[in-house]
Design a protein around this ligand. Structure first.
Ligand code: SAM
Length: 239
């Protein structure tokens, strides 16, 4: 337990993020639940403490390097799976209002269990498809920030994410180096949905040295009502 927390603290410190003891304690409890549930349901292929600490927890936190949300901001993590990147972000930025969207029921049960065990206020776990939830008044154009990691190619992700954002809000796609190939194909989606690439930040993960690209997109205007299209359509016919 001590080594796990020290590894996390050092790796976060290398990115300029300072982790308090209570945050490390939450990460450790989250790690234990992830391993426990993973024995019954397939939540992650990474189970070694070092891999979970760096490739899930620290990797999730890198998005805070490209954009620092204001206190009280409302964020949504789309296709969060076992909670990445949304839950690590919420552990470090408890002042943010967090909504986690996931379409697989078992993952949602896991997320509800973790959110309860970590005893954090303002974590909402929603079971459903981004394409449907983005049309509900409670979610449409209501977030200051959207996040997504390992869910879909960028043109598809833009159709999932931009409808959730207020004008002036930001979407961060947590990607690998291959995003350079997705960017040229994203121009039409950005135009149609109302977005603009503000920055692409390269980050190397501490310890493993893996390269990451954080794509920061600003929502520049309202998204037309017809988007996102029906579930599965953005994936089959990207804009
Ligand atoms: N973001 C997590 C991570 O980085 O570890 C999970 C990645 S996993 C490869 C993709 C997840 O997105 C799956 O759990 C899947 O069920 C979910 N997902 C894919 N498309 C979705 C959609 N349209 N709406 C909601 N969830 C979706």
């Amino acid at each position: 337990m001590h080594e796990f927390k020290q590894l996390l603290r050092d790796a976060a410190g290398a990115l300029g993020i300072s982790l308090r003891e209570d945050m490390c304690e939450r990460f450790f409890r989250y790690y234990r639940l992830l391993i426990e549930w993973n024995e019954k349901f397939n939540l992650t292929s990474l189970v070694e403490p070092r891999d979970v600490a760096i490739k899930h927890f620290i990797d999730s936190l890198t998005c805070l390097l490209v954009h620092n949300p204001a206190g009280g901001a409302r964020f949504v993590d789309i296709g969060t799976g076992a909670g990445f990147p949304g839950l690590p972000v919420k552990i470090v930025r408890e002042d943010l209002l967090c909504t986690l969207i996931e379409s697989t029921g078992k993952k949602v049960s896991f997320l509800r269990q973790v959110a309860g065990a970590l005893d954090m206020a303002d974590v909402e776990v929603v079971c459903g498809r981004a394409e449907e939830l983005a049309h509900q008044a409670r979610y449409r154009a209501s977030f200051d920030l959207a996040l997504a990691r390992a869910v879909a190619p960028l043109p598809v992700l833009l159709e999932y994410a931009l409808p959730f954002l207020k004008t002036g809000g930001y979407f961060i796609a947590l990607k690998g180096p291959a995003v350079q190939e997705e960017l040229p194909a994203s121009g039409n989606a950005l135009n149609v949905l109302g977005g603009n690439v503000k920055e692409i930040m390269t980050v190397f993960l501490p310890v493993t040295g893996d390269e990451r690209k954080l794509v920061l997109i600003e929502k520049t205007g309202p998204t037309p009502e017809k988007y996102p299209r029906r579930p599965g359509v953005p994936q089959r016919r990207p804009l």
